[in-house]
Design a protein around this ligand. Structure first.
Ligand code: ADP
Ligand code: MG
Length: 650
């Protein structure tokens, strides 16, 4: 168990403070508010893990507050750092920084790659995503088409944003380029970027996986940690920004998100043992940050404040938020994953195979090919997941619709039964009118009315009808159906009377109870006719709704089939991609073999050439020797001839 670490940072003052103004004073890690003449204002004094003065740098914030979290994340602990504070207090400056003074995010990115490159006994896999929560909707900043993404939860993955693009990366520069792309995407179509950026939360997320390099067993655990670096929306009260119209809507959502964050922090800061329910689920932000708040993560909060007198109330609010956050305890532990939830594990086999095939290639080329292969595999996996999710949603809505249609059908059947029973009842009542009472009717010789009593409909429906009536004799939530009709409704008349009018089913269900027995009188007036018309009208409405729902079900079925086709098409594409890759791998192997063969021929030729050179050299030597011999022979014979001719002369 460890406390969240909370720091406060003052941004440089924009306006030079007049001497007579109230001022914030910093002494070590304590902040207090002082009156114009220097006396402290009682009750306004706060202590934190660290307080950064106006002259502090992003580098010092990183070293003191963030570095330890980043290094823990490399070792398998989840980590979160977020900036909280009013608009223009320096959140974005702290998180992103400037060209001259890089903020927490770029420093963390560089630190991660520098550190992981130095750890030689572990293999690392880093992937990044970048999202924005605006008006309680999650938008992907790395892929423009990905908007309004849902938050899902699974046992293996915990809480995650479904469909969010993740890019596997292997250098800091690559990540910084992606962040630039995200920022550019954020600006697309935005007329007033300042309003949007102060109203939205951005979450830059890195997932770091690592496994021991010498691990041979597939049962070895993989460390998986999630690092969130969050730039929150401005925490100022909406009244102060004068929000209205569209901005009111934005303000409301910002309020909601930050209000829930405040609630969550309040609840968490209460005595741990008696903690009430923590409303993480009430906003997207707190849902995503759930592990960072009282869960399995190391968390740092940097609360940025403006030093000016005009912002004192907002600053007080921020400091109070920070004080509460300081009381939260987290329980961070190294996350070791044995299952396929780790990407390193899922891709292990393919990557090993690829490495084996490309053995001997230049290491940089090899790493680039592997990175591309990893990204391709991950993307098709995400695509599949997204499609499966869409299919599941379609399936659910189809089921719901089918259920609804079934319900409507049952209601219609029931109404038809009632109508049929009513026909029989009318006939029965007609009979009763011819007799003085029911007993009389029963005791009399009924042969003449035999047909009336033996009507198949009546016989078939009587018991059922009684049962249904008794079921409905209790109080109703919705209006019960009229029990009795004395005459058949005239459908043509009903159509004439109700031309173009359709009853709203919801309104129909909410009409007040009709007292039973009211229709039991022998009143054969128009009122009873109207009841029958109403019933018929309901039947017709329900029937047309049924038809409408059936059409909707058909349309959904078609959509479902289309999605299934798309899904199988994507699967085919995926497998053909894998096949192409294996073909090209095969080609690489063939080319390598050819190259080896050629190299062998070349060295053979070289050897031959060397031999020939040697032969030529030897031949030259022999030739020179012979030339020498011949020369000496020649000079000898010349001397001999001279001697001989001299002796002849003498
Ligand atoms: P927020 O994101 O909280 O709305 P910004 O980070 O955009 O605020 O800061 C508002 C302005 O103040 C920016 O121009 C920024 O460069 C400047 N600023 C904020 N904090 C600092 C700081 N510590 N040092 C220098 N300039 C700062
Ligand atoms: Mg900002």
């Amino acid at each position: 168990m460890e406390k969240i670490s909370v720091a406060v940072r003052f941004r440089p003052s924009i306006a030079e403070g007049a001497a007579e103004e109230r001022q914030w004073r910093i002494e070590d890690n304590r902040i207090s508010l002082h009156k114009p003449h220097g006396t402290p204002i009682s009750g306004i004094s706060f202590a934190f893990d660290h307080v950064f003065e106006q002259s502090s740098t992003n580098a010092s914030v990183y070293d003191i507050l963030i570095k330890s979290i980043i290094h823990a994340a490399i070792n398998g602990f989840n980590g979160t750092a977020f900036a909280y504070g009013q608009t223009s207090s320096g959140k974005t400056f702290t998180m992103n920084g400037s060209q001259l003074e890089p903020g927490i995010i770029p420093q963390a990115v560089r630190d991660i790659f520098d550190t992981t490159h130095m750890i030689t006994d572990r293999e690392f896999l880093v992937r990044v995503s970048y999202m924005e929560i605006y008006n309680e909707e999650i938008n992907d900043l790395l892929f423009l088409g990905n908007q309004r993404l849902p938050v899902h939860e699974s046992l293996e993955r915990g809480v995650y944003v479904a469909g969010l693009r993740e890019e596997i990366v292997n250098s800091a520069d690559q990540v910084l380029e992606l962040i630039k792309l995200g920022e550019a995407n954020r600006h697309v179509g935005e007329t007033n970027m300042n309003v949007r950026s102060s109203r939205s939360h951005t979450i830059f997320r890195m997932v770091i996986e690592s496994s021991a390099k010498d691990s041979t067993s597939s049962a070895d655990a993989i460390r998986v940690s999630v690092l969130n670096l969050v730039d929150l929306a401005g925490s100022e009260r909406i009244a102060k920004t004068g929000a209205g119209g569209v901005r009111l809507k934005e303000g409301k959502h910002i309020n909601k998100s930050l209000m829930i964050l405040g609630n969550v922090i309040n609840k968490l800061s209460e005595n741990g043992k008696h903690r009430a329910h923590i409303p993480y689920r009430d906003s997207k932000l707190t849902r995503i940050l759930q592990p960072a708040l009282g869960g399995n993560a190391k968390t740092s909060i940097i609360c940025t404040v403006a030093p000016e007198e005009v912002h004192i109330e907002e600053t007080k609010g921020t400091l109070q938020f920070a004080s509460r956050a300081k009381r939260i305890t987290n329980c961070a532990q190294v996350n070791e994953v044995l299952t396929d939830a780790a990407l390193l594990k899922r891709q292990k086999q393919e990557i090993e195979e690829l490495r084996r095939k490309l053995q001997g290639q230049h290491s940089e080329v090899l790493e680039q090919v592997i990175l591309k292969q990893r990204n391709d595999m991950h993307k098709s996996e995400l695509e599949r997941e997204k499609l499966a999710m869409e299919l599941e949603e379609e399936r659910k809505s189809r089921q719901a619709l089918e259920h609804h249609v079934g319900e409507q059908q049952r209601r219609i059947d029931y109404l038809n039964e009632l109508l049929a029973s009513n026909d029989a009842r009318k006939l029965l009542q007609g009979t009763i009118h011819t007799h003085s009472n029911y007993e009389e009717m029963n005791s009399s010789n009924c042969m003449s009315q035999g047909n009336t009593f033996t009507t198949p409909i009546f016989k078939a429906m009587r018991d059922q009808f009684v049962v249904k009536r008794s079921n409905h004799s209790k109080a109703f939530d919705s209006s019960p159906l009229p029990e009795n009709f004395t005459s058949m409704a005239n459908e043509d008349l009903w159509l004439q009377l109700n031309k173009g009018f359709r009853t709203d089913l919801d309104a129909l269900q909410m009409t007040p109870n009709i007292k039973y027995g009211a229709a039991q009188s022998n009143d054969t007036s128009i009122g009873t006719d109207l009841e029958e018309w109403n019933t018929k009208e309901r039947c017709l409405n329900l029937a047309s709704e049924c038809r409408l729902h059936a059409l909707q079900v058909d349309a959904l079925k078609e959509q479902y089939d289309m999605l299934e086709r798309k899904y199988s098409q994507l699967r085919e594409e995926n497998s053909s991609l894998v096949q192409t890759l294996s073909y090209s791998n095969h080609d690489v192997v063939l080319l390598k073999a050819q190259k080896d063969e050629l190299q062998k021929d070349l060295s053979y030729e070289r050897e031959k050439m060397r031999d020939l050179k040697e032969e030529i050299r030897l031949f030259g030597l022999v030739f020179a020797e012979r030339e020498c011999l011949l020369n000496s022979l020649y000079s000898k014979s010349k001397t001999m001839i001279e001697n001989f001719s001299n002796s002849q002369i003498i």
